[in-house]
Design a protein around this ligand. Sequence first.
Ligand SMILES: [Cu+2]
Length: 149
Amino acid sequence: MMKPCLLALAAVAATSATMAPTGVQVSGWARPTVNGQSSAAAYLVIRNYGPGADRLVSVSSPAANMAGVHRSQISGGVARMRSAGSIVVPAGKMLAMAPGGLHVMLMGLRNPLRTGATLPLTVLFEHGGERQIRLPIQMNAPYDQPHGH
Ligand SMILES: [Cu+2]
């Protein structure tokens, strides 16, 4: 009975060893929508394990008509958001989007985003190429938010 377990563990260890991160790695999460809401925000965490800087070129999702990266700012006590422009992640650095700052804006959602489901997202990097990911849909970040200083 013990042998199959040990073999399974060995296989898992070998798999993770061969999957040492290189280039850009993307994870993140998306906020659920309430009834009638046709747009939503998602937050990416981009880690760059590559030798050079990489740039986020575009985001898109089969779940939404349009997607783009926005930056929220408070000016004159009013929260506004605008297109974030070029997002560059330097070599060896991490960029964590967070509520109140950088976010992926999904517009024209085809279906509501329900807590517990996942949101498919296609992320294109200048050097790292295209990544297809699925973000968990939940109210709060699944990790401790890094605090901006
Ligand atoms: Cu936005």
